[in-house]
Design a protein around this ligand. Structure first.
Ligand SMILES: C[S@@+](CC[C@H](N)C(=O)[O-])C[C@H]1O[C@@H](n2cnc3c(N)ncnc32)[C@H](O)[C@@H]1O
Length: 315
């Protein structure tokens, strides 16, 4: 009866995550076509100040950022989404040379949108790949004399557990050459009352983004999650400095996921942990840069919504 089981990575990851003591699902699976559209909507919510803070810093400081990087610059962006915030960086580069930009993302709709919007600025080469796979591809395509500026914006680094973030940035550094740079966006620790609504807005857009993961499992893995029997929860763990998104079972229930060959039991109140968003203090970014083989060259902080953009040099 489970003839199609395990025929893809998603099925394997769902099975592995939902058979752990704390049920969990990797957050990259939030971004199918529907999830990417919902994330885009989240970035417009009044409660979600991150994107506007990130965009303000880039808009205001693009000339200074690119001015700190001489030579022939090539831009690669990890988890670019639609790349909307990157426009001022590419515009500045366009004033001095031809633009070459590699947006890297798992979402095809986000990449299509990105290419359509930014094509007038220069050569846009979308790579539908995972972060490091995409960056490896960019490094292989690099021509002599080109300098890489890697963007990792939107505090996406906060989705990694702290040790995994260090391993990830170390891997990025190892792919780069001396003189390359990483522009890293990180959301800073701020009052609880400001952070929670950014992940649990009253209009329910973030709840829909989270819930869509269950719909995706229903669609792609022939499962029978009843979405009305789950609810979205966002909580802050102050010690770990992270917002956690969970999907909480409203009652005892069993869900069948055919293509993962799995029947999952849920107790009332039990959750699936779907995403962590770690928050940072500026001094932690200096330490993280050092630990991963980078040097923190400059940092810009948005005061309205505490958010840091850090320019790390690969020396
Ligand atoms: C939090 S959103 C940030 C989007 C954009 N950079 C911004 O700042 O608004 C994370 C983005 O990373 C993409 N993504 C998630 N996991 C990924 C992975 N493992 N490899 C590549 N892209 C990934 C998602 O599709 C999404 O576009």
């Amino acid at each position: 009866m489970y003839a199609l089981a395990f025929d893809n990575e998603f099925a394997r990851d769902v099975r592995a995550g939902l058979t752990c003591a704390q049920k969990t699902l990797p957050c990259r699976y939030l971004y199918d076509d529907v999830g990417s559209a919902l994330f885009e909507a989240i970035t417009f919510l009044p409660e979600y100040g991150l994107t506007r803070a990130d965009a303000r810093i880039l808009q205001t400081n693009a000339a200074e950022i690119t001015g700190l990087l001489g030579g022939c610059l090539v831009v690669a962006e990890l988890g670019s989404g639609t790349g909307a915030k990157t426009r001022p960086i590419l515009e500045q580069i366009g004033l001095r040379q031809d633009v070459l930009y590699y947006p890297i993302d798992v979402s095809s709709v986000a990449l299509e949108h990105c290419e359509r919007e930014l094509a007038p600025l220069g050569e846009i080469v979308p790579l539908q790949m995972s972060y490091l796979e995409g960056l490896r591809d960019v490094v292989e395509k690099r021509q002599r004399g080109e300098r890489l500026l890697v963007l990792f914006l939107g505090s996406t680094i906060g989705n990694f557990e702290p040790d995994a973030a260090i391993d990830f940035l170390t891997s990025v550094r190892q792919l780069l050459a001396r003189g390359d740079a990483l522009l890293l966006g990180t959301d800073l620790v701020k009052p609880w009352a400001q952070m929670i609504p950014a992940y649990d807005d009253p209009a329910g857009v973030t709840a829909a983004f989270n819930m869509n993961l269950l719909s995706r499992i229903n669609r792609e893995l022939c499962a029978d999650f009843d979405l009305r029997q789950f609810r979205h929860v966002a909580r802050y763990d102050a010690e770990a400095q992270r917002i956690e998104m969970h999907l909480l079972s409203r009652r005892n229930q069993v869900v069948s996921i055919q293509r993962a060959a799995l029947d999952v039991e849920f107790l009332a109140g039990e959750s699936i942990w779907t995403e962590s968003s770690h928050k940072f203090r500026p001094d932690q970014l200096t330490a993280m840069s050092r630990m991963t083989g980078f040097r923190l060259e400059r940092q810009w902080i948005d005061e309205e919504w505490p958010f840091a953009e850090s320019l790390l040099f690969a020396d």
